[in-house]
Design a protein around this ligand. Structure first.
Ligand code: NI
Length: 483
């Protein structure tokens, strides 16, 4: 239901609840004296200090507690916190069984999360059209028009959830990881059940890629320009430059693909990243120190993961990556809608990695945990489904956490999301009316990044997009809410 408010006097557009975005956000479009779009901002409207909530907790409890940070990404926080606490526990390299169990869980999580974004949230826009009626533009409408997509949506997601459940004991809030290792290996019956399904899942992800490439070809101009601009990109990559979503060094490239950062160890992140606070947003604005606050912002997530890596170590995803990168003509691919293309390639990669792991006997190993010399501090980075996620903790001699700093994927994309919304507002706003079309386009632009506002604000529970239009003085002209 849309709730439209028009205030008297002046000019500002606000958009609230970004529906099929995880969480709740608010967009403000500011006009200049000439009535043209000057800037658009994507706000977060709720905040709870999760970092303070962790202070005083025993460090070994944190991988479990931190899952309360977000109901949507608990597995990513569980794994990232565990890696940071490995460092605190003095363990630089966990056992092969622990490493592979965690990887299996992580790739299951990325697969199921990307399946939710791509099939459930984005496919209605892509397959039914941005302008199709809202009542029909949902997963039910997609299933009616493309029954096979409905099947992929349900079973690819479910498979990822089954992988998480098999490794963590349950689908939600798993308890696989402890500092220095894991507390179980993979039971044979779970392994065999997953082995029986994985080839079909890989095939469905490849079928989804072909369907998506058909959309790209049919709407090439829209695909290449919608909410788009050149940018820097950041992700972790393996030490050989290959895609690795679980572990590696931080790499950043500029808009031409030239390296800015490479091989940065998680522990050194503060030498390279600055988290800027702005008065109007609860979300910080991180940027690369050497480039400064104007030019140092970057994008993370599936598009960045594809642009930053030199290759993908699984054959079907690598073939898809080469095809994808051809669109960049030798440089990075900048199209914002290419996030979805990259997301499907990531799903293929995850399914291929899961298959490799399921045929690796290390998953039934019994050497699960290591201990080492306690350290006062730990930092870890993983590529969560939405991009680079960083956890940093300091721990006192009595084992209590005294400091926690988290940079979540959505925060890394903060400036980029603002720029995408600004681009849409400049392209689409005519007069002072927040049309259904404008609302839809803003939503489509934000959804490409698949933001998790729940994580970004460290808030608990769902938040609903409010768009408001403001004049040059900051007075609200009109507001429109989308549930
Ligand atoms: Ni989240």
């Amino acid at each position: 239901m849309n709730d439209i408010q028009v205030s008297l006097g002046a000019r500002k557009i606000i958009i609230d609840p970004v529906t099929r975005v995880e969480g709740h956000g608010k967009v403000t479009i500011r006009l200049n004296e000439a009535g043209e779009v000057e800037q658009a901002r994507f706000h977060i409207v709720e905040f709870r200090g999760f970092e303070r909530f962790i202070q005083g907790r025993m460090y070994w409890e944190v991988p479990v507690i931190v899952q309360r940070l977000c109901g949507i990404c608990p597995v990513s926080h569980h794994l990232c916190a565990a890696k940071a606490m490995d460092v605190v526990a003095g363990v630089d390299q966990v056992t092969p069984t622990a490493d592979k169990m965690r990887r299996l869980m992580h790739y299951g999580q990325v697969l199921q999360s990307n399946a939710v974004n791509f099939f459930h949230l984005a496919s209605p826009d892509l397959l039914l059209g941005f302008e199709s009626p809202v009542a029909q533009r949902n997963i039910i409408g997609v299933i009616e028009a493309f029954p096979e997509v409905g099947k992929w949506a349900i079973f690819v997601r479910k498979f990822g959830q089954q992988v998480i459940a098999a490794t963590g004991g349950r689908r939600i809030h798993p308890r696989l990881c402890i500092p220095g290792g894991v507390n179980q290996n993979l039971p044979i019956e779970h392994r065999d059940a997953l082995r029986g399904e994985v080839d079909q899942i890989i095939q469905w992800c490849c079928d989804a890629l072909e369907l998506h490439k058909g959309f790209v070809r049919e709407h090439q101009a829209l695909h290449d320009t919608f909410a788009t601009f050149p940018s820097n990109y950041m992700s972790i990559v393996a030490h050989d430059g290959g895609m690795d979503l679980y572990d590696g060094g931080l790499r950043a490239i500029d808009a031409d693909g030239a390296p800015i950062l490479d091989g940065v160890r998680p522990a050194d992140y503060r030498d390279h990243l600055i988290e800027e606070v702005r008065s109007w947003s609860y979300m910080k604005f991180p940027y690369i120190r050497s480039l400064g606050r104007e030019d140092g912002w970057y994008r993370v997530g599936p598009l960045a993961q594809l642009n930053c890596c030199a290759f993908i170590g699984t054959p079907l995803a690598e073939a898809a990556r080469k095809d994808f990168m051809a669109a960049g003509h030798g440089g990075p691919v900048h199209a914002t809608l290419a996030y979805h293309w990259a997301r499907v390639i990531g799903m293929i990669h995850c399914a291929e990695i899961i298959k490799q792991l399921l045929f690796d006997d290390d998953l039934q190993g019994t050497d699960l945990v290591l201990t080492g010399q306690r350290r006062p501090e730990g930092v870890a980075i993983i590529e969560a489904p939405r991009g680079t996620l960083l956890h940093h903790y300091q721990v006192e001699e009595n084992d209590q956490v005294t400091m926690a700093n988290l940079i979540v994927s959505t925060t890394n994309n903060n400036e980029a999301m603002n720029r995408s919304v600004t681009k849409v507002a400049i392209d689409d706003l005519t007069g002072h009316e927040i049309t259904e079309g404008l609302l839809n386009h803003i939503e489509v632009a934000i959804r490409a990044y698949d933001p998790c506002l729940s994580c970004a604000t460290h808030a608990l529970g769902d938040m609903p997009l409010i768009v408001s239009l403001e004049d040059a003085d900051g007075s609200v002209i009109t507001t429109r809410v989308k549930e």
